[in-house]
Ligand binder design. Structure first.
Ligand code: TYM
Length: 487
């Protein structure tokens, strides 16, 4: 056990005869995230609310799917005023970070809602965001100076599901480029402290087009290292390889039967990727059913992706709706989250086409592992126009607009600020500045990457897959049961 404070708290619980089990998890801040991670229902969790009742502080324990009836509690306590302790009061009284209250707070009168006792076991806070304790519920009666009261009601379902669960995926085919980073990975990194975040290296998707086995294996590790070097923290977020969790392929098959040929034929990515190809696999056509499974297995609420994946996330919602309307509420409808700028980084050669891993022209794409001088050359030779003004106008000046977006996204200034800075400058001066920003970014990034690639990535990815499976498997079983498969 990492934390001495938890050991001490556990010792105190033992002293008063409360049986419990200590459960570790990545850093998570809200009960729905913790319970989701542990594969438990919201009703299996409890939270302790530190409150101020007239002049006295009290602790109230209620189940996480319940809402406190303040009026009732006030009547029971016979007080005039009742409110949550403010952050300063909370920290002074408990010595714990806000949001991590324990069930046992020595010296404070404790009121336990009776619905808590409907469960044999219940989890609760420990003062830490990486550890949860599972209690034998009847033992909570042993908390000194505690009383059972009837003061909470079960909340409506939409509130239960209002917590944020983020899922996104990326293919280990080819090399990662600036478009992938700016359109997707950068946002995954930034939002990691919020909600439960799950990131998947989608190797099952990669084989929808032919792959060379040795290279696929190599690229899978390379991608894991790129994601970690970009800032994905496997202690905070779940990072895993899709083929390590068989639930994806299993639910993907089910969704084959909930999506029509017509719907799949309308997918623009299929049209683009199958054009002029001699061999087009059924997998490439059917790919959105698997992508829907990826997302829906985790009760995902948000899918941060670049513009090109929006249609697939919309189809995912259709599939979830079709399943739910036939079998009852099963899957949460996710929403695509597309960045306002940078959601579609364009090719440097033909700025009317998106930057892509599979572009035949190597100058079109800046790869994260590109040689720095090569990257500089690619920017310097990027297609521009004859307008001779540095202005953001995607229609008239797609090349310059693309360079403005890249500059802004990597350096942090707004596009307006950059336009002003280069108002009287020529294209060459602007390109030199863009190239400097890109090269500096790549240099920093590659230094981190070179360290990460030497670490034990296999272990990190295996741990991630185990965590993912714990979350996804109950959902797959629920779907199987509803469909009528024998348990
Ligand atoms: P993939 O591997 O092609 O791309 C990974 C992410 O990068 C974004 N992206 C771009 N963003 C801005 N400009 C560009 N030029 C650009 N090119 C790519 C993509 O939109 C994506 O967010 N089908 C997905 C992988 C996937 C997935 C999922 C995503 C599988 N299952 C579930 C989300 C949820 C794909 O092929 O991404």
């Amino acid at each position: 056990m990492k934390d001495k404070n938890i050991q001490k708290y556990s010792g105190e619980l033992k002293k008063i005869g409360i049986s419990h089990e200590i459960l570790e998890h990545p850093e998570l801040h809200t009960p729905p995230e913790v319970l989701g991670y542990l594969g438990l229902e919201l009703s299996d969790g409890s939270s302790t609310l530190i409150m101020r009742a007239d002049d006295e502080f009290i602790a109230v324990i209620r189940r996480d799917d319940c809402k406190l009836d303040l009026k009732k509690l006030k009547e029971i306590l016979r007080v005039n005023s009742l409110r949550m302790a403010n952050p300063d009061e909370f920290e002074e009284l408990t010595g714990l970070p806000l949001g991590a209250a324990r069930v046992y707070n020595p010296g404070i009168k404790t009121f336990i809602d009776k619905k808590v006792f409907e469960k044999e076991y219940v989890t609760g806070g420990t003062g830490s965001f990486t550890v949860t304790i599972k209690y034998k519920t009847e033992d909570l009666n042993k908390i000194p100076d505690s009383k059972v009261v009837d003061v909470a009601e079960i909340k409506e379902l939409e509130k239960v599901f209002s917590n944020k669960i983020v899922f996104s995926g990326i293919q280990p085919s080819g090399n990662l480029h600036l478009g992938n980073y700016i359109g997707a990975v950068k946002h995954w990194v930034k939002d990691q402290n919020n909600g439960l975040n799950i990131f998947c290296i989608v190797d099952l998707h990669a084989i929808t087009v032919p792959q060379e086995p040795r290279l696929l294996r190599e690229k899978t590790f390379e991608l894991a290292a790129i994601l970690i070097a970009s800032g994905i923290n496997p202690e905070k977020s779940i990072l895993f390889i899709q083929s390590h969790n068989p639930d994806h392929a299993n639910l993907g098959w089910v969704f084959n039967c909930f999506v029509s040929m017509g719907q799949l034929q309308r997918m623009t990515q299929f049209k683009d990727k199958s054009e002029d190809k001699e061999f087009v696999s059924v997998g490439l056509f059917d790919y959105p059913a698997l992508m829907a499974a990826d997302i829906l297995l985790y009760d995902t609420t948000e899918v941060p992706v670049g513009e090109d994946q929006k249609q697939h996330v919309e189809l995912t919602r259709d599939i979830a709706e079709r399943f739910n309307s036939k079998f009852g509420e099963t899957f949460v409808l996710p929403k695509p989250v597309i960045p306002k700028t940078g959601g579609r980084i364009m090719s440097l050669v033909d700025p009317t086409k998106k930057m892509s891993k599979s572009d035949a022209n190597q100058n079109a794409t800046i790869y994260l592992l590109d040689d720095l001088e090569l990257a500089r050359k690619k920017i310097m030779s990027a297609t521009t126009d004859g307008f001779r003004r540095i202005a953001y106008d995607v229609k008239e000046q797609p090349g310059i607009s693309n360079l403005l977006e890249i500059y802004s996204e990597l350096q942090g200034n707004s596009i307006k600020e950059i336009e002003q800075k280069f108002e009287n400058k020529n294209y060459k001066e602007f390109k030199v500045a863009v190239a400097d920003v890109v090269v500096n970014f790549l240099k920093d990034f590659q230094a981190k990457y070179n360290k990460v690639i030497e670490t034990d990535l296999k272990k990190v990815l295996e741990d991630g897959a185990q965590k993912a499976y714990k979350l996804s498997h109950p959902k797959l079983m629920e779907a199987y049961k509803k469909i009528g498969f024998v348990n």
